[in-house]
Ligand binder design. Structure first.
Ligand SMILES: *[C@@H]1O[C@H](CO)[C@@H](O)[C@H](O)[C@H]1NC(C)=O
Ligand SMILES: *[C@@H]1O[C@H](CO)[C@@H](O)[C@H](O)[C@H]1NC(C)=O
Ligand SMILES: *[C@@H]1O[C@H](CO)[C@@H](O)[C@H](O)[C@H]1NC(C)=O
Ligand SMILES: *[C@@H]1O[C@H](CO)[C@@H](O)[C@H](O)[C@H]1NC(C)=O
Length: 440
């Protein structure tokens, strides 16, 4: 079971205009992405489908309307496949979606499963050509002998149709699972990253990609580190970062060499020896990396914290935010139930001043970088009333529990907020999206 809560913030009041409830395992949302203006929202699910929502036009007399985002288009992006050579099933699950900036009336987006990236064109049609000379209305070719007069085809109006057509299929370039795709600011190229390699593609060329990072050791037994996420710089098309399972981030410059195996910058925080434990390496693995909109900072999420790094300082983050430090004493049981391997995402708000990321028990956290205030909020269906203001929640660690607090031991670890997205629509309104996963 998975739910989406879309929250709208106006002057810090929270409104919940949309809530989708999904039942089947194939419906479980696996990724979300707003387009650059926030007017469209694309979701990908375990069943390989992409559903695009469009924001309703604001109308003055219907302020309290629910469902401000309506379904615009639904299509099957990926199908289950079988790799006969390796006897492996390839899941159809959509791992990531990325929008391309709009250039004409149509929208373009990239979607990927573990192995194959596809470029989709989504366009509207409200006219249909009629009166061809060489074919009939069903598209069958006519016998030329029966054509005696020449007609001028005309466009006739019809009901609005939204069509999604695959424009390019970028296949056969990844041996391992694709975890990230990122569109370059030159809008001509994008990259796809898997556990050990990163490839650079041109949007026009599907039969060839350039391998720009390869960390596969000659002997796989020496493997100690995998790539966990990668992203292009928002303005410099030659620069990108990738994060690793060892908690490190590498900044690469494609101008330096064709194969970026030698990084330009290496960001790592030395471990506090007093905190060293069996779980240190697992919890330091980075699950998400995001450039700030300004391009000055990088944000990373690991199991317990969010860190903000200045591009000009490699030896430690400039800010560290504790997401749920009370779990530090629970790592043993989180290891036993596999939760310790959960991959949480993190997002910036439009001006890079607020950070949002998920936690357990349907809780999510927001950190204000200027005021240093933070809040824990709960994305639950009970709270999803229009214009409901979410009450801050508090988790209590040991000692006496106050009435409105929840104890660490009663947190529900099957309810987790892994995916988050945030967009700004106007100067005063922005939406953020919380995807809550409930496991049974
Ligand atoms: C986002 O989608 C809306 C359509 O609903 C479109 O008007 C807008 O141009 C798109 N923005 C970008 C940057 O693609
Ligand atoms: C890719 O396809 C183009 C056009 O079909 C062809 O000219 C080119 O040689 C191909 N490149 C590779 C590496 O196969
Ligand atoms: C070490 O653990 C304490 C809490 O037990 C935490 O506050 C601190 O940030 C940790 N240090 C590092 C470097 O992670
Ligand atoms: C980011 O959040 C801060 C604090 O709530 C707010 O003042 C600012 O307007 C937000 N920026 C955008 C672009 O939404």
């Amino acid at each position: 079971d998975a739910e989406i809560d879309l929250k709208k913030i106006i002057n810090s009041a929270l409104i919940v205009p949309i809530e989708l409830e999904m039942g089947l395992p194939a419906d479980i949302i696996s990724t979300v992405e707003f387009n650059h203006t926030g007017e469209l929202l694309a979701t990908g699910d375990k069943g390989g489908r992409v559903v695009i929502f469009q924001r309703e036009q604001e109308s003055k007399n219907q302020v309290h309307r629910r469902g401000e985002y309506n379904v615009y288009s639904t299509f099957q992006s990926h199908e289950p496949e079988f790799d006969y050579l390796k006897s492996l099933e390839i899941e159809e699950k959509i791992n990531k979606i990325r929008w391309l900036p709009q250039q004409n009336a149509a929208y373009f987006l990239l979607s990927t499963n573990d192995k194959t990236v596809k470029l989709w064109k989504v366009s509207e049609r409200d006219k249909r050509p009629e009166g061809y000379n060489l074919k009939d209305e069903e598209g069958r070719l006519r016998d030329p002998a029966t054509i005696t007069t020449l007609r001028v085809p005309v466009l006739r109006p019809m009901d609005l149709m939204v069509e999604a057509t695959p424009r390019r299929v970028f296949a056969n370039a990844h041996t391992y699972h694709i975890n990230s795709i990122s569109v370059n600011s030159d809008y001509e190229t994008y990259m796809s990253a898997d556990d050990l390699r990163i490839n650079l593609w041109n949007f026009e060329i599907t039969n060839q990609s350039f391998n720009i990072v390869d960390i596969k050791p000659a002997n796989m037994e020496e493997l100690t580190e995998v790539i966990t996420a990668a992203e292009f710089h928002p303005h410099h098309c030659n620069t990108f970062v990738y994060s690793s399972s060892k908690g490190t981030i590498r900044l690469c410059d494609m101008r330096a060499s064709a194969l970026c195996d030698r990084h330009t910058k290496f960001f790592e925080e030395p471990e506090d020896p007093s905190n060293r434990s069996f779980f240190s390496e697992i919890i330091s693995s980075i699950s998400d990396v995001k450039f700030s909109h300004s391009g000055r900072y990088i944000m990373t999420r690991d199991y317990l914290t969010v860190k903000v790094w200045d591009l000009n300082m490699e030896n430690r983050p400039i800010e560290t935010y504790q997401v749920h430090d009370y779990l530090r004493s629970k790592l043993c049981s989180l290891y036993e139930n596999d939760c310790i391997f959960d991959k949480f995402e993190c997002v910036w708000n439009g001006s890079d001043s607020v950070i949002m990321t998920g936690s357990y028990n349907n809780f999510f956290r927001m950190f204000d970088r200027n005021t240093k205030r933070d809040v824990t909020l709960e994305a639950s269906r009970e709270n999803s009333k229009p214009r409901a203001i979410l009450k801050p929640r508090k988790v209590c660690v040991g000692g006496k529990r106050r009435k409105d607090e929840i104890s660490v031991d009663s947190l529900d670890f099957s309810k987790k907020i892994l995916h988050t997205a945030w967009t700004r629509l106007t100067r005063w309104t922005s939406y953020y999206l919380i995807i809550s996963h409930t496991e049974y």
